[in-house]
Write a protein that binds this ligand. Structure first.
Ligand code: TXD
Length: 309
C-alpha cells in the first residue's frame, strides 16, 4: 500500500512533536514546512537519524518551499504564534490570521485534496479562516481542540478516581476557550456515570481546571504553550482519516444549523473517516448544556465577525 504523505505547516514545538510521532508510528512520510531557515531541515534530519533506533522507515524532509508538500494526503497546520503568560488565545488573532493567509494559499496551490487539520490559535476562528481562504470542502477541514480538551478532562477525572485513563470517556465541546463546555452528564468511567463517583463540587473543580488547562501550562513553561498533548490529539484525528477508522471525536467542524450554528466551526462530536468529517453528531442537550454551548458559540461568532472574511 502506498505510504501516506503528511505535510506539517509549522515546525515549532507542536510541529516537531507531530513529526516525531508520525515517524514512530510510521503513519506516513513527513514534509515539515517552516519559514525559519534551517529549523525544519534540522529537526527532520535529527528525526531521520532516530529512525534506525525506532525501526521506522518513514522519511522526513524540511523545507521552506510549498512545492514540497505537493499532493499531501493530510496537512496539519500549527504555523503561528503561541501564547506567553498573561495572553489569551484571542490575543493571537491578528498576527495568526496574517500567517494563515499565506498558509492557506500554499496549501490550496499544492495540496488541494488533503484533509486539513488546523491547530493554530485562536483555533475556532483560525480553522474558519483556513476554510474561507482556501475554498476547501468543509468535510476536508477540521480544527483540533476538542480531542485535547476532552483528553485533559479525562486525565483529571482519572487522577481524581485513581483509575485508568482508558476507562474514562468524555466530551468537551464548544469553542476552544475558557468557555469550553465539559459535558459532565456524558462522562462515564467504563459506563458508570461520573456523577455517581465524584461529588458535584469536585467535578465542578475538574471542569474549571480543564477550561484553564492551557493557561496552566503556559504559566509553568513561561516561554510557550502545551505541545505534547496537542500533537497527540492531532495525530488521533489524522490517523482516523488515513485509516478510515470512523472514530467519534470532538473536533471543530463546519456547522450548517447543528447546535444552532450556521457557517462557523465549533467543537462538536463528529465521525472522522476516509472522507474526512463524515458526520456531525447532534446531542440531545438539556437546558443548562444548551445555554453553555450557546454562550461558547457567541464567543466564536464574535471572533469570526472581527476578521471580516
Ligand atoms: O488545542 C489547540 N488547538 C492549541 C493550539 C494547543 C496548543 C497550542 N496551540 C497553538 O498552536 C498555539 O497557540 C500556536 O498558535 C500554534 C503552534 O504552537 P507551537 O507551540 O507549535 O508554536 P511555535 O513553537 O512558536 O511554532 C510555531 C511555528 C514557528 O516555528 C514559526 O516559525 C512558524 O510556526 N511560522 C510559520 N510557519 C509557516 N508559515 C508561516 N507564515 C509561519 N509563521 C510562523
Amino acid at each position: 500500500m502506498k505510504k501516506a504523505k503528511i505535510a506539517l505547516i509549522g515546525g515549532g514545538n507542536i510541529g516537531g512533536e507531530l513529526a516525531q510521532r508520525i515517524m514512530e508510528k510510521e503513519l506516513g512520510d513527513v514534509v515539515l514546512f517552516d519559514v525559519v531557515e534551517g529549523l525544519p531541515q534540522g529537526k527532520t534530519l535529527d528525526l531521520m537519524e532516530a529512525r534506525p533506533v525506532d525501526g521506522s522507515d518513514s522519511t522526513l524532509i524540511g523545507t521552506q518551499d510549498y512545492k514540497d508538500i505537493q499532493n499531501s494526503d493530510v496537512v496539519i497546520i500549527t504555523a503561528g504564534l503561541a501564547r506567553k503568560p498573561g495572553m489569551s488565545r484571542d490575543d493571537l488573532l491578528s498576527k495568526n490570521l496574517e500567517i494563515m493567509k499565506s498558509v492557506a494559499a500554499g496549501v490550496k496551490a499544492y495540496a488541494p485534496n488533503a484533509f486539513v487539520i488546523v491547530v493554530s490559535n485562536p483555533l475556532d476562528v483560525m480553522v474558519y479562516a483556513f476554510h474561507k481562504l482556501s475554498g476547501f470542502d468543509s468535510k476536508k477541514v477540521a480544527g483540533m481542540a476538542g480531542v485535547l480538551d476532552s483528553a485533559r478532562f479525562r486525565c483529571f477525572v482519572a487522577m481524581e478516581l485513581g483509575v485508568s485513563v482508558k476507562d474514562v470517556s468524555a466530551l468537551v465541546l464548544g469553542g476552544h476557550g475558557d468557555d469550553m463546555v465539559a459535558l459532565t452528564r456524558f462522562c462515564t468511567v467504563n459506563s458508570i456515570p461520573v456523577t455517581d463517583l465524584i461529588s458535584k463540587e469536585k467535578l465542578d473543580a475538574i471542569v474549571k481546571r480543564t477550561q484553564m488547562a492551557g493557561g496552566e501550562i503556559v504559566n509553568l513553561l513561561k516561554t510557550g504553550s502545551a505541545y505534547f498533548s496537542p500533537a497527540a490529539s492531532a495525530i488521533e484525528m489524522a490517523e482516523s482519516y488515513l485509516k478510515d477508522k470512523k472514530r467519534v471525536l470532538a473536533c471543530a467542524a463546519y456547522l450548517n444549523g447543528e447546535y444552532g450554528a450556521q457557517g462557523v466551526f465549533m467543537g462538536v462530536p463528529v465521525v472522522i473517516g476516509g472522507n474526512g468529517v463524515e458526520r456531525v453528531i447532534e446531542l440531545k442537550l438539556n437546558a443548562e448544556e444548551s445555554k453553555l454551548i450557546a454562550e461558547s458559540l457567541a464567543h466564536v461568532k464574535g471572533l469570526v465577525a472581527e476578521i471580516k472574511l
